[in-house]
Unconditional design. Sequence first.
Length: 63
Amino acid sequence: MILDLIVCRAKGAGYTSLYIETFPSFGKAIDMYKERGFQLLDGQLGDSGHTATSIFMLKVLTD
């Protein structure tokens, strides 16, 4: 799956986490992110400028 490849490449590049902003209507995608270890956050990280999204998720990249 492409998300698994992204996680692998991010780890290989030295990233320590991945952050996603999405919409509540993308329920299947949110379920997939959760299955892959993404955790729901209480709010947005930083100021991405994406004011329409209301779901924020983070995956810490550890071995």
